[in-house]
Design a protein around this ligand. Structure first.
Ligand code: IMP
Ligand code: MG
Length: 180
C-alpha cells in the first residue's frame, strides 16, 4: 500500500537493496588496500549512505556536507555550502555519496571545490541519475539506477521535506506539488 500522492513505484526495497550491495561490492573491490573517505551530501543521501556503508567490505570514514543549489533563469545555477566538511581531505581517497544527479550543478560544484583541496582521488557514487535534465557535463563513476525525467521521492529523497522515510523510490504525482 502506498499513499495517494504516489503515481508509481520505480524501485522496491528489495530491488534497491540488491543494487546497493552490487555498488558496494564494486567500490570495495576498487578501493581494496586504500583508505576510503565517504563524503555524503545531506539530507538526500542519508538513507543510501546508511545502507551503502554497511554493505562495504572495506573500512571507511564518513563526513557530511550540506549544500543548497538553485537555478535562476538565465544562470547556470548557484551552489552554497551550508555545512562544510569536518575533516580535511588532502591526500585522501574521497568518494562523494549522493542521492540523485539531476541538472548536475551541485556535483559539478562539489567536484571543483573539493578537488582544490587536493585529495588523492575524488569520485562520485550516486543511487539515481536523471541524465535528461543535465545542464552541465557530469557523469557519476558509480550509479545505481537511471530514472526518467519525473520528480521522484523516497529512500532519502524528499519533496518539501516529506517522503524521505519511504522505503522505496517512487514517482510523485504532479498534483502533489502543483496543489501547493
Ligand atoms: P542537481 O544540482 O540538479 O543535480 O541537484 C541535485 C539535488 O537536487 C539532489 O541532491 C536532490 O536533493 C535534489 N533533486 C533533484 N531531483 C530530485 C527529485 O527528483 N526528487 C527529489 N530531489 C531531487
Ligand atoms: Mg541531495
Amino acid at each position: 500500500m502506498h499513499p495517494d500522492e504516489i503515481e508509481e513505484i520505480l524501485f522496491t526495497p528489495e530491488v534497491i537493496q540488491a543494487k546497493v550491495e552490487e555498488l558496494a561490492q564494486e567500490v570495495s573491490c576498487d578501493y581494496t588496500g586504500k583508505e576510503l573517505h565517504l563524503v555524503a551530501v545531506l539530507k538526500g543521501a542519508l538513507v543510501f549512505l546508511a545502507d551503502f556503508c554497511r554493505a562495504l567490505s572495506i573500512q571507511v570514514t564518513v563526513d557530511f556536507m550540506v549544500v543548497s543549489s538553485y537555478v535562476a533563469a538565465h544562470s547556470s545555477g548557484e551552489v552554497r555550502i551550508l555545512k562544510d566538511l569536518d575533516f580535511g581531505i588532502k591526500g585522501r581517497h574521497v568518494l562523494i555519496v549522493e542521492d540523485i544527479i539531476d541538472n548536475g550543478i551541485t556535483l559539478d560544484y562539489l567536484m571543483k571545490t573539493l578537488s582544490l583541496r587536493e585529495p588523492a582521488s575524488l569520485k562520485i557514487c550516486t543511487l539515481l541519475d536523471k541524465p535528461e535534465r543535465r545542464l552541465v557535463d557530469i557523469k557519476p563513476h558509480y550509479n545505481g539506477f537511471v530514472v526518467p525525467n519525473k520528480f521522484v521521492v523516497g529512500y532519502g529523497l524528499d519533496f518539501n521535506e516529506k517522503y524521505r522515510n519511504f522505503p522505496y523510490v517512487a514517482i510523485l504525482k504532479k498534483e502533489a506539488y502543483e496543489n501547493l
